[in-house]
Design a protein around this ligand. Structure first.
Ligand code: HEM
Ligand code: HEM
Length: 191
């Protein structure tokens, strides 16, 4: 798979911006994930009955993120992304590639860990949007629930740190380096 990424990235220099579908996927997933990271942390302090209701939305949105990330992986592996700009140092080019691919992997793992947590959960039922009964898929198991609860929480923390760095880098490009990195990701933007 790495070979596929490399061959795509080596031959991409003539592409100057992301396609419209890809941009909308970036912004939709990005906003939903930021909201879930912020509000997810307050879930544990809610009474069980309220938590069960809110988790219906949380798990439903998380399922949508999972499906869209699968689409995004497919899109990314079959379409050439824009190449590195002249303003970017070798360090920036490498760091952004590592950052982007780490996010791609973690944004798949995060909802998968959530689903496994939901399958084994002991305190309440997780029914995404009141339709997909994840808790009915396996017998409740406190040990397994704990493992996936910790994985879901740790991955959320790592994604939060990466996203803060990612947004910082985007603003650094836009306001300090004054290049077109931000513009080529903005819908309707002209790099
Ligand atoms: C205010 C918030 C955000 C801004 C300003 C922003 C900005 C950008 C920009 C400018 C790029 C293009 C980088 C380039 O061309 O080299 C990009 C790519 C990317 N962003 Fe964001 N982003 C934001 C939020 C997020 C969030 C929350 C996530 C993850 C959930 C995310 C994940 C990614 C990924 C994975 C890429 C790489 C796309 C690819 O090349 O395949 N972004 N972002
Ligand atoms: C990208 C998608 C997702 C993000 C960003 C996310 C984020 C979070 C965060 C930040 C927490 C709090 C963790 C903690 O404080 O330890 C949490 C808890 C939780 N999430 Fe997710 N989640 C996602 C997807 C899912 C999915 C798909 C499911 C289930 C199908 C799910 C089920 C849960 C459950 C059951 C909890 C525990 C609530 C409790 O403490 O009772 N999540 N999530």
């Amino acid at each position: 798979m790495q070979a596929a990424f490399n061959s795509l990235e080596n031959s991409m220099s003539e592409i100057v911006k992301y396609g419209a579908t890809f941009k909308w996927l970036h912004w939709f997933i990005g906003i939903v994930v930021i909201l879930m990271l912020i509000f997810g942390r307050s879930l544990e302090s809610l009474p069980l009955s309220e938590r069960e209701q809110i988790i219906m939305g949380h798990s439903g949105l998380g399922t949508i993120v999972l499906l869209l990330m699968l689409l995004r992986w497919g899109w990314r592996l079959t379409h050439e992304p824009p190449g590195a700009l002249e303003t970017m140092t070798v360090f920036q080019t490498r760091a952004s590639k590592i950052m982007h691919w780490t996010l791609y992997v973690l944004l798949l793992l995060q909802p998968v860990f959530g689903i496994f947590q939901a399958m084994f959960i002991t305190d309440y039922q997780v029914i995404a949007f009141g339709v997909i009964d994840y808790s009915g898929l396996a017998a409740a198991d406190e040990g397994m629930e704990k493992i996936f609860h910790v994985l879901h929480g740790v991955t959320a923390t790592v994604i939060s740190v990466l996203v803060i760095g990612h947004i910082g880098a985007a603003f650094y490009h836009h306001f300090h380096q004054k290049d077109s990195v931000m513009k080529r990701m903005i819908p309707f933007g002209k790099p």
